[in-house]
Design a protein around this ligand. Structure first.
Ligand code: ADP
Ligand code: MG
Length: 463
């Protein structure tokens, strides 16, 4: 798309009296500026030694962008020293050329400084022309978008715009060119861009427009917001958690006593002799609801301030039996059967029995809640590597893949009456024991939670 710029042709007419010259060439080339073709004409071409001076009658005014008459070039620049003059033309033409050279040199310097700044900037700076074609692309842009400068220059800007916005952006530029009506120019915006590999990422961008020789150039200064956005999300999440946590603790504290009173009275009243069935039924509903609330409050308190683990060597198998016993009636009520498989006998493990009990209860409760129509829970224990491993598998609804990554997050729940704290508590306890808790689930078939607790933590019993 880009063609080499046309040189600016300048003819200088010399009057043949006051110049000596060697080859007249502009001693520089300027990136981004058209080259300059200087052609000298003179009435006395023979005066010029080693310098091409063409006969004046050959001058074709139509062939030049600019014709300068040596006689009238009297820029007030200091004269050349003889050494400089040795290489250049002297007299007014020399002054003009000197001025031209200086101007170009200054321009070049300015351009070098600018392009240095532009290139060193960590922001991406991209310029397009009216045709939406990339004509400027700095190193920051190379890093951000993944295209090299050579690859990007001459391409349509849409290579870095995500599909839904490609047409829109182009239309916007076209409209601006036609109407000069600015909506985004001079403003900052948060948009998304696209990397070479197709990944979309958040950016902030500020736009500017420049009119150079009747052509419009649009420049965007772009900052990658990926990291910023992640940090922002994290902060937001933590803040929200902290806020929710505080409120929860407060509520838990405030409602604990009233709950005790309501539950206690309800249970007392149920026992009243001569109570009619309807009232008794209502009271039992109250007691049940209060029981549920008490459980929730306990979970919240447990989550917010769990006492440090009091570990001692013991049998995990016994903890399993105890937890299952607690659930016996409920399991039967829900038509859930339990199968225990001892693949390998478990040696003693160092753990806090209360806390591990809590973990098992939470996992059984979740399994139960995942199988409202009944099913089977398989509890397997084995030694695996340096760990005692217990897995609790249910035949319930399973966990949808889009949800699986969130289930250990505090307050994440898919249940109408859930607290979303059960698994967060489990994970907290198990990691404090130096272990891990893993999940494996097939939607529609069931879920397996696996706890691994390190064996080596158990001190050897001497005997
Ligand atoms: P809650 O039980 O209060 O919802 P949890 O932290 O115990 O909170 O569980 C979080 C979420 O993980 C549940 O809402 C549920 O979506 C999912 N989940 C946990 N255990 C199971 C399971 N055994 N089967 C299916 N989904 C489960
Ligand atoms: Mg739960």
């Amino acid at each position: 798309m880009t063609t080499a710029p046309k040189p600016i042709r300048i003819a200088i007419v010399l009057n043949g009296q006051e110049f000596i010259c060697h080859a007249v060439t502009l001693p520089f080339s300027l990136e981004g500026y058209p080259p300059v073709d200087l052609v000298l004409y003179g009435a006395k071409p023979e005066v010029a030694a080693g310098c091409q001076v063409n006969p004046l009658p050959d001058l074709d005014p139509g062939a030049f962008d600019l014709i300068l008459d040596g006689q009238f070039i009297t820029a007030g620049l200091p004269d050349f020293s003889p050494e400089q003059a040795d290489n250049l033309i002297t007299g007014p033409a020399a002054r003009f050329l000197n001025g031209l050279v200086r101007q170009f040199q200054e321009l070049r310097q300015e351009q070098e400084i600018n392009s240095g700044i532009i290139n060193r900037a960590t922001d991406a700076i991209v310029t397009i022309n009216e045709d939406h074609v990339i004509v400027g692309y700095n190193r920051g842009a190379e890093q951000m978008f993944g295209y090299t400068r050579t690859e990007a220059l001459g391409q349509d800007l849409t290579i870095v715009i995500p599909p839904p916005y490609k047409a829109e952006h182009r239309a916007y530029v076209r409209r601006y060119v036609a109407t000069r009506e600015a909506r985004m120019i001079g403003k900052h915006a948060r948009l998304s861009a696209q990397r070479r590999d197709g990944r979309e990422f958040p950016i902030s961008i500020s736009f500017s427009v420049a009119e150079i020789r009747d052509n419009l150039y649009f420049t965007g200064i772009i900052r990658d917001l990926t990291e910023y956005k992640e940090m922002e999300d994290r902060v937001l999440h933590t803040e929200r958690l902290a806020a929710v946590g505080n409120t929860m603790t407060h509520i838990a504290h405030e409602i604990k006593n009233p709950l005790l009173i309501i539950g206690g009275f309800a249970r007392q009243l149920i026992k009243l002799p001569g109570l009619d069935d309807k009232s008794r039924h209502k009271l039992s509903i109250i007691a049940e609801a209060v029981g549920h609330l008490e459980e929730m409050v306990a979970e919240m308190r447990e989550f917010v301030r769990r006492p440090p683990a009091q570990k001692r060597p013991g049998q995990i198998g016994a903890a399993l039996t105890a937890a299952l016993e607690l659930f016996q009636d409920t399991l039967a009520d829900h038509r859930v059967t339990v199968r225990r498989v001892e693949e390998t006998p478990l040696p003693p493990v160092t753990f806090d029995p209360k806390q591990v009990h809590q973990v098992l209860i939470n996992l059984f409760k979740n399994a139960l809640e995942a199988m409202p129509q009944g099913g089977e829970i398989t509890v397997t224990s084995r030694v695996k590597g340096a760990n005692a491993e217990i897995s609790i598998a249910d035949t319930g609804a399973g966990i949808a893949p889009e949800v699986a990554g969130k289930i250990f997050q505090p307050y994440f729940t898919t249940k109408e009456k859930g607290t979303g704290l059960g698994l967060a508590i489990c994970q907290g306890i198990i990691s404090e024991h130096g272990g891990v808790i893993l999940v494996d689930s097939t939607p529609g078939q069931g879920t397996t939670f696996t706890i691994q607790l390190p064996l080596e933590a158990a001190p050897l019993v001497e005997g």
